[in-house]
Design a protein around this ligand. Structure first.
Ligand SMILES: *[C@@H]1O[C@H](CO)[C@@H](O)[C@H](O)[C@H]1NC(C)=O
Ligand SMILES: *[C@@H]1O[C@H](CO)[C@@H](O)[C@H](O)[C@H]1NC(C)=O
Ligand SMILES: *[C@@H]1O[C@H](CO)[C@@H](O)[C@H](O)[C@H]1NC(C)=O
Ligand SMILES: *[C@@H]1O[C@H](CO)[C@@H](O)[C@H](O)[C@H]1NC(C)=O
Ligand SMILES: *[C@@H]1O[C@H](CO)[C@@H](O)[C@H](O)[C@H]1NC(C)=O
Ligand SMILES: *[C@@H]1O[C@H](CO)[C@@H](O)[C@H](O)[C@H]1NC(C)=O
Ligand SMILES: *[C@@H]1O[C@H](CO)[C@@H](O)[C@H](O)[C@H]1NC(C)=O
Ligand SMILES: *[C@@H]1O[C@H](CO)[C@@H](O)[C@H](O)[C@H]1NC(C)=O
Ligand SMILES: *[C@@H]1O[C@H](CO)[C@@H](O)[C@H](O)[C@H]1NC(C)=O
Ligand SMILES: *[C@@H]1O[C@H](CO)[C@@H](O)[C@H](O)[C@H]1NC(C)=O
Ligand SMILES: *[C@@H]1O[C@H](CO)[C@@H](O)[C@H](O)[C@H]1NC(C)=O
Length: 364
């Protein structure tokens, strides 16, 4: 009791130790982690829900709201989860002293300022989600030292600068989401080295240059890739057409080239394919009809030509098809079969019973 009181007043674990109990010496985290947490709390300027009321000295810090400690080592913080609490202020650099931390989840608040530059000291960090805040500054280079990271979410902030080229050293990363920031520079080629990657989202940034050659070559589990709303150029690396991808988004870039004719065979699990507003040419491969789970197909505003393959009419789950502003030839009756099937939906004969939107605006 007294011991805790002294900790409260002076943050003086060592005083406490010499004065009362030697047993506590086994747990070094008792002092450093608590001090780091109090420093973190001091950085928060607004706490409308009163989360930090429980962060008081009559309550062991492992019981504070949002804090989890390791069972084997009481007093070592392993997780901070304080999401969706309208907290504002800065994320204190003291957080880097919580060296047992595995999860730091502060998404959907109003934190501003930069990500602590020495966050890379958290060698045990597995999950970092700072999404939906007002963070500025850059993605700290030291983050690439958090080699245990499995999920990394920084989306919906105002981060600028480029993605560290060493990002590929995060060899356990499964989910990387930097969407809706102001990132510039190019996609690091080391991204192709992360074999554990399942989801990669860089939507709405200002990223330029080519998509790394070989992206997806090792990431055999990659199922979600969104690069829409950037300034990417070049072609889609062939390795990406060889995966169990479910979602593939390239909308609004400056990509060119054509889809491989066998895309529907090599991407059998595809559900969403977004290519609109690019410089794609070639034709629309009939093999897409073999990727039977396709729900959304948006090819609009490109230079894709040839006939619209009537086989697409077989796609039973297709709900959104946009082929507008391309160079499709729809001048003979057969090339309208797809559209006619759409129109006869209510005649019950159509196989495309699920489709709700079709765009076949005349091309240029
Ligand atoms: C964090 O650790 C450093 C030394 O590693 C120390 O100087 C600093 O006071 C600590 N900060 C807090 C808030 O515990
Ligand atoms: C300290 O936290 C406990 C647990 O949330 C709470 O019951 C108590 O009212 C708090 N004490 C103060 C002084 O805020
Ligand atoms: C500090 O360490 C002691 C001894 O292991 C432990 O009983 C106590 O729960 C720890 N205090 C906190 C706040 O974790
Ligand atoms: C964000 O937090 C607010 C409460 O602060 C909550 O109402 C909202 O649903 C949360 N949004 C998301 C996307 O979690
Ligand atoms: C990464 O960790 C190593 C070894 O601990 C250290 O030498 C290096 O400076 C760190 N890099 C960054 C960018 O923090
Ligand atoms: C971040 O947190 C949100 C809300 O819990 C979750 O939906 C999302 O998957 C997380 N993203 C990452 C990359 O951790
Ligand atoms: C990020 O980009 C948006 C859109 O261009 C701009 O309005 C905003 O000011 C930028 N934010 C920062 C912090 O640069
Ligand atoms: C990918 O990993 C290999 C083997 O570890 C390494 O030699 C190569 O430099 C890495 N490539 C990039 C771009 O980081
Ligand atoms: C792919 O996922 C499976 C099942 O979750 C897992 O066992 C395997 O290790 C993953 N492959 C890679 C390269 O991470
Ligand atoms: C696709 O995978 C097959 C079999 O795994 C392999 O033979 C082929 O070279 C791969 N193609 C590309 C473009 O990676
Ligand atoms: C779909 O796959 C079958 C074999 O499974 C093949 O015979 C057929 O030609 C393919 N359809 C298209 C449109 O590629």
């Amino acid at each position: 009791m007294y011991c805790q009181f002294f900790v409260a007043l002076f943050l003086s674990y060592y005083y406490c130790l010499t004065g009362f109990s030697a047993a506590a010496a086994i747990v070094p985290g008792n002092h450093t982690d608590k001090a780091a947490l109090l420093q973190f709390m001091a950085g928060v300027t607004d706490d409308p829900f009163g989360v930090f009321q429980s962060w008081n000295n009559s309550n062991p810090f492992c019981d504070w709201t949002g804090i989890s400690c390791r069972k084997q080592h009481p007093g070592r913080v392993i997780a901070i989860q304080l999401d969706s609490l309208s907290l504002s202020g800065a994320i204190s650099t003291s957080i880097s002293n919580l060296t047992f931390l595995q999860s730091l989840l502060l998404m959907n608040n109003s934190f501003s300022g930069s990500i602590p530059p020495d966050i890379g000291k958290l060698h045990r960090l597995q999950h970092l989600n700072l999404s939906r805040n007002s963070l500025t500054g850059v993605v700290p280079l030291s983050l690439t030292n958090c080699s245990e990271l499995q999920t990394l979410g920084l989306y919906y902030n105002q981060l600028h600068g480029s993605i560290p080229s060493e990002i590929g050293s995060l060899m356990k990363l499964q989910e990387l989401n930097f969407a809706n920031n102001n990132l510039t520079g190019s996609m690091p080629s080391s991204l192709a080295n992360i074999s554990s990657l399942v989801k990669l989202n860089l939507l709405y940034n200002f990223i330029q240059g080519n998509i790394p050659e070989n992206l997806g070559l090792f990431a055999t589990n990659l199922s979600y890739l969104s690069l829409s709303g950037n300034e990417l150029s070049g072609t889609i690396p062939p390795t990406l057409f060889n995966l169990s991808l479910i979602y593939l988004g390239f909308t609004v870039n400056q990509l060119h080239g054509s889809l491989p004719l066998d895309i529907g065979m090599t991407l059998p699990n595809l559900q969403t394919l977004l290519l609109s507003n690019n410089l794609f040419g070639g034709t629309l491969p009939a093999s897409l009809a073999n990727a039977t789970g396709i729900r959304i197909l948006d090819m609009s505003t490109n230079s894709i030509g040839g006939r619209v393959p009537p086989e697409l009419g077989r796609l039973q789950d297709l709900v959104h098809l946009n082929l507008g502003s391309n160079k499709f030839q729809i001048n003979d009756p057969d090339s309208w079969r797809l559209a006619k099937e759409r129109m006869s939906i209510r005649d019950a004969a159509s196989e495309m019973h699920a489709i709700r939107e079709v765009y076949l605006k005349a091309g240029h």
